[in-house]
Design a protein around this ligand. Sequence first.
Ligand SMILES: [Fe+2]
Ligand SMILES: [Fe+2]
Length: 251
Amino acid sequence: MKVSPKSTIAAIVKAHPASARVFESHRIDYCCGGGQALEAACAARGLDLAAVVQDLERVLGSPAEEAPPDSLPTPALIDRIVRVHHGYLREVLPVLEARAAKVARVHGGKDARLEELDATVRDLSWLLLRHLDDEEQRLFPGILALPGQAAADDAHDGCCGGGCDAGEASGALELELAGMEREHEAVAALLERTARLTDGHTPPPWACTTYRVLLADLAEVERDIHRHVFLENQVLAPRVRALLVGAGGGR
Ligand SMILES: [Fe+2]
Ligand SMILES: [Fe+2]
C-alpha cells in the first residue's frame, strides 16, 4: 500500500499498528511527537524520506498483526492498556532496578555513566509506577464513568440545571489528561537519557551477561512504552476530548 509523506505519524500508526516497528527502527517518535507529518519527522532527524516510506510500504504489505486500536471500544482499549502494558511494566521495573544497581556496583569503575544509569532507571521506575496507579485509580475510572454522566445530569436538573457537576467532572478529567501527557513527556526524557548513557542500548565488548540483559530489557521497555503512550496520547485522549467537547462539558 502507498504511504503519503503528508500523513501524520500518529495517523499511520493508528491505521497500521505494524508501522510502529518501522518508526522504532528509525527512532522516530510516534507517541508524544505523533502529530508531525512523516516528511517533517524525517527531515527533523536527517532521515531519507524515500527509504523510510519504502520500509513502511514493505511492512504494511504484510498481514496486519493486531486490530487497529481505533476499532476498539473504549473499555476494551483501556483493558488492553492495563493488561498488556501496565502488567508488563509492573513485572519488569523492579527487575530492571535490581539489575541496574548490580551493574553499577560491579562495573561502575569501568564506566562512570553506569552510576547515572542506575539513578535514571530508579527515577523511571518511581515515576512510572506512580503514573500507572494514577491512571488506574483516577483517570481510567473517570473515563469509563463518562457514559453514565448523562443520567447523573438528569437527576441533578432540579437544583442548577445539571451543568455544574458535569462541568466540574469534565474539567477534572481534562486536568487528569493534561497531567498524564506531561508525565509521558517526563518518561520520554528519562528514556532518552537511558539511550544516551548506553550508546543506544549497545553493550561494550567487556559487558557481562547481566549488563547485556539489562540493556536488552531497557530497549524492550522503551519499545513497549512507545506503544503504550501512543495508545493513551493518540487514541484514548483525543477520543475522550471529543466526547467532552461534544457534550459541552460532560458526556
Ligand atoms: Fe498507561
Ligand atoms: Fe500513561
